[in-house]
Design a protein around this ligand. Structure first.
Ligand code: SF4
Ligand code: SF4
Length: 361
């Protein structure tokens, strides 16, 4: 009997039934981006993200280090876009949380769907080895997603699909199956540099080879989520009122103008996560933080990191009404929160001084 030649058509259909908007297949081999990734790490662009620079950096060089029998990688994308506003810059002095964090944490959901898809493939193809991965696995997942035909990597370093934009979360199934790989699409950024010019911290920088990368040390997503201690003062003014992550380089991307919405109820915005009131956030106790953000990606910032971000946002809002909240924060037992509150009070003092100067004429 002639052996059936596997391709991604069936997988794409099953994936769609499980809620994945994008699916494709790439070979489980080392990719040229590995060398660039190493240079990115060596340049210090990973900041303090140890999980990107420790022994796991070497694992990223070849997916067969995650699954020795791997032949192919099934790459999947699930939409998280919701019909809600772009990053608020409306002067309301509210905080801002990144779009992907408005609903439930995605890791368990994606992992479960990937396992369901893998079992469906086993039912059709017979037994094979597999391993499911979400973004916590040391895998250059955007590079494989590109090779699997899901989209190209934009100057903002997001995976962009021509018809569906970039509001995607990615997942992978490493398999020991031989499946016909898909073809990467062309890069459609062209001469556009909107994301580069819109980034408030100039975090999108040229790589020197015609491509662009993110210097994480400047990126608001890194500063508000990954950086555990003090945020360098020089970086703070450009952070605006971002409390957790930043979407600006995706908000401005023309390929997101007609991006479809996710049908996934888990990603619908929870109450109180869209533009939360800064005064209310500053009053949250650790227990209230857990109630408000438990089960959402915001938990990753932890209470002290979140409160630090709230203090900086209040300093950037430069509203005198925040002073009564910042004064007790500046006495916090947590040195990181206290220092951020002192900085914020200094911003308010500067405004007060300028106002007095103006009055004195
Ligand atoms: S997430 Fe925000 S800070 Fe980071 S690169 Fe994009 S626009 Fe710049
Ligand atoms: S904004 Fe322009 S340059 Fe940036 S990712 Fe989108 S298309 Fe590419």
């Amino acid at each position: 009997m002639q052996r059936r030649r596997l391709d991604s058509a069936d997988i794409r259909r099953w994936a769609a039934e499980l809620g994945f908007a994008l699916a494709g297949v790439a070979r489980a081999v080392s990719v040229p981006e590995t060398a660039w990734y190493q240079r990115w790490v060596e340049a210090g662009f990973a900041g303090e993200m140890k999980y990107l620079t420790d022994h796991r950096a070497a694992i990223r060089s070849d997916p067969r280090r995650l699954l020795p029998s791997a032949q192919t990688i099934v790459c999947l994308g699930i939409l998280y876009n919701t019909p809600a506003p772009l990053t608020l810059q409306d002067g309301a002095y509210r905080g801002w949380i990144s779009r992907y964090a408005w609903g439930d944490d995605y890791h368990d959901l994606i992992r479960a769907r990937l396992s369901q898809l893998a079992e469906r493939m086993r039912a059709a193809y017979g037994d094979f080895d597999y391993r499911v991965c979400v973004d916590t696995a040391p895998l250059l997942e955007r590079s494989y997603a590109r090779l699997a035909g899901l989209g190209w990597i934009g100057k903002n370093t997001c995976l962009i699909n021509q018809g569906q934009g970039s509001w995607f979360l990615l997942g992978e199934i490493l398999t020991s199956l031989e499946i016909q790989p898909d073809t990467p699409p062309p890069d459609r950024c062209g001469t556009c540099q909107r994301c580069v010019y819109s980034c408030p911290t100039q975090a999108i920088v040229p790589r020197g080879d015609g491509y662009w990368t993110i210097d994480s040390r400047r990126c608001i997503s890194y500063l508000t989520i990954e950086l555990r201690n003090e945020i360098p003062p020089a970086r703070r003014p450009a952070m605006g009122t971002h409390l957790f992550g930043c979407d600006i380089c995706q908000d401005v991307c023309p390929w997101n103008r007609r991006a479809p919405d996710s049908a996934e109820p888990a990603f619908a915005p929870r109450e109180g996560l869209l533009g939360p009131d800064l005064e209310e956030m500053a009053r949250l106790t650790p227990q209230e933080f857990r109630v408000r953000f438990g089960g959402t990606p915001v938990e990753r910032a932890r209470y002290r990191g979140f409160l630090r971000n709230v203090a900086i946002a209040m300093g950037n809002a430069r509203q005198e009404k925040f002073r009564p909240l910042l004064v007790p924060m500046a006495q916090s037992e947590d040195a990181v929160v206290a220092e951020a509150a002192h900085w914020a009070l200094a911003q308010l003092d500067a405004v007060r001084y300028l106002d007095q100067e103006e009055t004195n004429g």
